[in-house]
Design a protein. Structure first.
Lengths: 306, 306
């Protein structure tokens, strides 16, 4: 079993099975990926909101990789065990015009985080977000010819933004090309299920993964194992949305949580939206009591002072 | 502070602000509700699947109540603190033709549970579901004239099927009529977020709630506080669905979990569907990476033997 490393200067944009491997490894090997933040350095620790307005989207998602795993063949399953994810010294969150769940947030907004206290990140008004780092993008090359955008996730995994893929988790991905060609990007210090404002706590850092191959598993969808989470000794507060359209209901539950956060904690609505994105989880409470579904946006009370 | 009781013979069907109160209490009082199972006794511990086929739907949701809370006025918020929920000796789950998330399950199916071991319910193949009882229906009278069905939840709460409303939780509901007129029904021994097959572990039992009134809160949507949950020391397994339509993606993630459960644990597909409904949680992992959303159906591994 060997340990190898992909350094910050080795990355690619877009999924493309023609990308030359940055590294070839054997099953059982582990790889440390040095990962730039998701804008390839366009946003810096001292950036102003103009950096969000002027983003060059062709430089989003610099992906460390690809890694060629020997013996992986189309139809196999690639297992990716998350051994460690380490955040850099700072991070950012933003509201980006035209993205995010809620269309009423049109003005670009940038929030910068200090991540030097490794266990939590301080927000406004004494709010502390526990650091639970993971990679938002973990995927393999697609079988089709050509280049494919990273933003939407797909059958190859990719930019799934699953906050549960922290250290101790194991992701399983279908393999479509020889060697699988695994890449990763979009390191997050913390995020809530939903990532509602379109960013987590985005940051640079490193991730160490151990790879394995299951033969002929014919997996058609990503799946994962994750450990339990203990981020809420004080309990949770949940805002619901109730109605017949699942997307509308989800938006309503987030809007109701934003209203609660602004009223209860004196946050601006932009900060409340960012807080939902980095700390609140979106759950489907029921999807069978026709014609109305219930979605809950849940925030752990441990993040608030007192 | 008084403790009062509503017995099994006091119930009503449908929401209707004209229902005469079964009990009048003061804020701070607690009430124990004796609750029949959701079919009003049409399904019994020795029932066969015919009982599901022949259900008289006019006798679904026998609601204990209504309780008139003195001082509650339209525009106030009713607080309902869940002090205790106790299950009876048995329960049932079913696949009911035309209901449930997945349209490919058309054949009625009935599963009966023994709940005499108070901490867990045994399923097939050594699987044990932790008992986490709550009331699927908790609501207040609507402001409109007339009778309204219980099945769909709404602005008055009602049949929200929120599995987190176990003992220790506090539900907040908007008040629409003098006295609020609170009722409850649909006691569940266990359920997963989503309740995907349309039933939880349905059972008779009792629930004890303490009521309070917040003046002039102008709450427009139900919200709740809940305690943390520790049901997964062994961790979780999650099946994803990924694509552009939120409902389709949710169905896909449940289908993928059913495929996993049948293959890994040798369950029939009907039992796997029921297991998802009573033990797996449906979460929105991301809803911003346009145009594809990721939904995960997550099952705690503690329920499986070994």
């Amino acid at each position: 079993m060997a340990s190898q490393r992909i350094t910050l200067d080795t990355f690619h944009y877009k999924w493309n099975k023609a990308h030359k491997p940055a590294l070839t490894i054997r099953p059982g090997d582990d790889v440390t990926f040095e990962i730039n933040e998701v804008t390839s350095g366009q946003i810096k620790e001292d950036s102003k909101v103009d950096a969000v307005k002027n983003l060059d989207i062709s430089k989003l998602y610099p992906m460390a990789g690809p890694v060629y795993i020997e013996g992986a063949r189309p139809g196999d399953t690639l297992t990716v065990e998350v051994l460690e994810v380490v955040t850099g010294d700072w991070g950012w969150s933003a509201i980006v015009n035209g993205l995010g769940l809620l269309e009423e947030f049109q003005e670009p907004y940038l929030y910068l985080w200090n991540l030097r206290k490794k266990h939590f990140a301080e927000f406004e008004r004494g709010i502390r977000i526990p650091i639970r780092p993971f990679c938002g993008t973990m995927g393999v090359a697609l079988p089709e010819e050509g280049s494919f955008e990273v933003l939407p996730p797909g059958k190859n995994g990719g930019n799934m933004d699953i906050r549960h893929l922290v250290a101790g988790s194991i992701l399983e991905l279908p393999v479509f090309v020889d060697g699988a060609l695994f890449s990763t990007s979009d390191l997050h210090a913390a995020m809530g299920d939903g990532e509602v404002c379109v960013t987590a706590i985005e940051c640079p850092g490193t991730a160490r993964f151990k790879f394995g191959v299951k033969k002929d598993s014919k997996l058609s969808w990503p799946r994962y194992f994750s450990k339990g989470d203990e981020k809420a000794k004080k309990g949770y507060y949940t805002a619901t949305g109730i109605g017949p359209d699942l997307m509308t209901v989800t938006k309503d539950s987030v809007r109701n949580m934003i209203a609660h956060l602004t009223k209860t904690y004196g946050l601006t609505k932009e900060d409340a939206y960012v807080l939902c994105s980095v700390a609140a989880d979106v759950k489907i409470h029921e999807i069978v009591d026709q014609p109305n579904w219930v979605v809950g946006t849940t925030i752990p009370l441990d993040i608030f002072p007192n």
